[in-house]
Design a protein around this ligand. Structure first.
Ligand code: LLH
Ligand code: MG
Length: 383
């Protein structure tokens, strides 16, 4: 079997989520957003697919991806990932980890379809269901949104009592929101949520990502008094020393990271080796795909650590189901004005349906099991 063809189909869809000037998601007016269907086809008719967020640049794929993949055995995923990764150095930053991730996910999808097995089983198949935590959008200034500590409290109560989430993570206010960053206002939101959901619900915080060491330690110590489970990315992740200091200063609060630091599994190894976090973090789109993300999960396991998976979607869910050392699936981002339970227009069903007990169950569909609506894509194709 050989890869014969790599195609990108760019399309639009109606999106009710917008990004602010610093890239944080918030509810917005309906707009035509762009996404891309990446398809790998083989000479025997087998294929793998993935939806890539945004409009993928065909020139990058033509220059760096197609020459590496065409004519190769698609089941040799590690070999293809390594070959592509080694082209990053000379690409002047154009061959990004997100491109690596897109190709790697399509290869895993193909591998699953060829085997007639879901990817979560091929990766390890540790469990067939996982509890989800509700992960809020970042704070805003929207009426009835996430504008005040009380808004967070009311929304967290709904998530836990009415929707069944097992745990809640707050993303608090970040620039350019008025008044942000404010470590004291973040703490007020955390205290209001603890008060609203009671003592037994695990809570996490993902605040402004550029607090100082002193600010991060200040809020971390107060989150311990509120019995929070973990905090992630409160400081610049390039500063390993700051994370070592923060982790060392905490008694009961776990520090989780890195989430957005570059460097794939190699960076996570350094964090584990020098005690910069209590739990590692990896999301498939941030580290270059399932292939490196699985290494990170196993690396954490070898250090006796958990690896908390960043982000939503079928591939992150497959990874979380595959491994023993993770706690929750991150479901979101959630907001009082957003209906998360309706599938995006280019999908026939949700990638991560959750039952009333807060469990997301594995699908038995081969590959990544994403129900792509090809009719929608054909009708909204850009080029
Ligand atoms: O800053 C943000 O917008 C969020 O932190 C976002 O990146 C979210 O994906 C996250 O960190 N989840 O854990
Ligand atoms: Mg995060």
């Amino acid at each position: 079997m050989q890869i014969s063809d790599i195609t990108l189909t760019r399309f639009t869809y109606e999106n009710l989520v917008s990004s602010d000037a610093e890239g944080h998601a918030h509810p917005g007016p309906p707009r035509a957003a762009k996404a891309t269907l990446l398809t790998l086809r083989c000479d025997d008719g087998a294929q793998g697919e993935v939806i890539v967020p945004g409009s993928a640049d065909p020139r990058i794929y033509a220059k760096f991806v197609t020459p590496v993949l065409r004519g190769k055995d698609p089941l040799r995923v590690e070999a293809l990932w390594q070959a592509l990764y080694k082209r990053q150095r000379g690409s002047g930053g154009r061959l990004t980890d997100r491109v690596l991730a897109a190709v790697d996910l399509a290869l895993w999808d193909l591998r699953g379809r060829v085997a007639g097995q879901p990817v979560w089983k091929l990766l390890g198949g540790y469990r067939d269901a996982i509890p989800a935590y509700g992960s809020t959008m970042c704070g805003d200034d929207i009426d009835g949104g996430l504008a005040t500590p009380d808004d967070y409290a009311r929304f967290a109560e709904w998530m836990v009592r009415d929707r069944g989430y097992r745990a809640v993570k707050l993303h608090t206010w970040m620039p350019p929101m008025p008044g942000a960053p404010d470590v004291r206002r973040d703490l007020k939101a955390c205290a209001a949520v603890r008060e609203a959901v009671g003592p037994d619900v695990p809570l996490m915080l993902d605040p402004h990502h550029y607090y100082s060491r002193q600010q991060a330690i200040w809020i971390g110590q107060r989150l311990e008094a509120l019995d929070f489970l973990w905090m992630e990315e409160p400081m610049e992740e390039a500063s390993l020393s700051s994370y070592r200091a923060l982790t060392g200063a905490m008694r009961s609060l776990d520090i989780v990271g890195p989430e957005s630091a570059a460097g794939k599994h190699w960076t996570r190894a350094e964090w584990a080796a020098c005690g910069a976090a209590d739990r590692l973090r990896a999301g498939v789109w941030g580290v270059g795909g399932l292939t490196p993300a699985l290494k990170i999960a196993h690396l954490a396991d070898a250090f006796g650590m958990d690896c908390e998976i960043h982000g939503t979607g079928a591939a992150n869910l497959a990874l979380a189901l595959a491994i023993p050392n993770t706690t929750y699936y991150e479901r979101g981002l959630l907001h009082p004005h957003i209906d998360y339970e309706t599938a995006r227009p280019y999908l026939k069903s949700l990638e991560d349906p959750m039952d009333g007990a807060g469990l997301v169950r594995a699908s038995d569909a081969p590959g990544l099991g994403v129900a792509i609506d090809h009719d929608h894509i054909a009708a909204h194709q850009l080029d």
